[in-house]
Design a protein around this ligand. Structure first.
Ligand SMILES: NC(=O)c1ccc[n+]([C@@H]2O[C@H](COP(=O)([O-])OP(=O)(O)OC[C@H]3O[C@@H](n4cnc5c(N)ncnc54)[C@H](O)[C@@H]3O)[C@@H](O)[C@H]2O)c1
Length: 283
């Protein structure tokens, strides 16, 4: 990546975690920033932190990425006030219900999809014309390692992150040769505020271990090399290799064995051993 002076960088979901870290990293490079989040207080804190390290222009707006019109208005304001965006990081996201699928209410599926998947679609649609106006530009969509494997207690979250992956891989093919580099990010466990639910605390303590700074540094390096995908953060490589090489039937068993230690399994059906299953099939 060769950033030019006064490049305009857009980051969604900057009130905390990796979004805030992206904002600070690009601010230190002297970029002009268009930042948004639904959390007004956290957004203001990020704006102050950014202003302390950079004198470049900042546009910060309270935007809900599930609202297509609001994202479009944010894109128009960005172009008017800062100029045309050259880097867009669709980062805003939320966790799911952290419960088994049969205990996850339909509105939770809809909300998780609206933020994690449609938030990305809205960001891409609103900013693509600006990205296409440059000779070279970057569109970075944040999925997860849970966009590579399916895990118990995460049907809502995994579905949304697989959707981001499918959408971005297809978009990448569409934009091949256009100068817009589409990159997928699959972070492993990162220590941020994402795990807000009581149900996810044991899981979060065990898995969310990498720092946002480490992940953002790796993403920036991958952008410089115009990588199509970056997999980074706690347990991410192990997960990516397993997703690629282990047959799904065996992988599901391994995943259950590992994760069932760190989730509440009291609402799951009793497990049958393989020999019990075979015995029943043969009866
Ligand atoms: N932390 C992890 O272990 C991990 C792992 C893989 C992927 N991710 C993904 O990384 C991204 C950043 O997450 P994070 O870990 O920094 O979490 P975080 O909770 O610290 O940051 C997410 C930000 O998105 C904002 N947001 C939520 N809903 C929004 C909406 N409707 N409109 C605008 N902003 C909204 C939140 O207010 C928050 O500031 C997310 O997409 C997340 O799914 C995180």
């Amino acid at each position: 990546m060769k950033l030019e002076d006064r490049d305009v960088v857009v980051v969604t979901g900057v009130a905390s975690g990796m979004g805030r870290t992206y904002a600070l990293a690009f601010a230190k490079m002297g970029c002009r920033l268009a930042l948004c989040d639904i959390d007004e207080e956290g957004l203001a804190e990020t704006k102050n932190l950014v202003a302390a390290v950079s004198a470049a222009d900042i546009l910060s707006e309270c935007v809900d990425v599930t609202d297509a019109d609001a994202v479009l208005a944010f894109a128009q304001n960005t172009e008017e006030k800062l100029g045309s965006a050259r880097i867009v990081i669709n980062n805003a996201g939320i966790e799911g219900s952290a419960q088994p699928s049969w205990r996850t209410p339909l509105p939770t599926y809809q909300r998780v999809m609206a933020v994690n998947y449609f938030g990305v679609v809205h960001g891409c649609q609103a900013f693509l014309p600006q990205l296409l106006s440059h000779e070279q530009s970057w569109l970075v969509n944040v999925s997860s390692v849970f966009g590579l494997i399916g895990t118990p207690n995460h049907t809502d979250y995994c579905a949304s992150k697989f959707a981001v992956r499918g959408y971005s891989e297809a978009l990448r093919a569409e934009l091949e040769g256009s100068g817009v580099h589409v990159m997928l990010v699959h972070p492993g466990g990162v220590n941020t505020k994402i795990a807000r639910q009581e149900f996810s605390q044991t899981f979060a303590k065990h898995y969310l271990r990498s720092t946002p700074e480490d992940v953002v540094d790796k993403v920036l390096r991958a952008m410089a090399k115009r990588r199509a995908r970056v997999v980074c953060g706690h347990n991410s490589w192990k997960t990516a290799l397993a997703a690629r090489w282990i047959p799904l039937g065996y992988l599901s068993r391994l995943i259950w064995r590992e994760l069932s230690e760190f989730i509440d399994t009291s609402h799951y059906p009793a497990r049958k051993t393989r020999s019990e299953e075979t015995l029943r099939e043969n009866q």
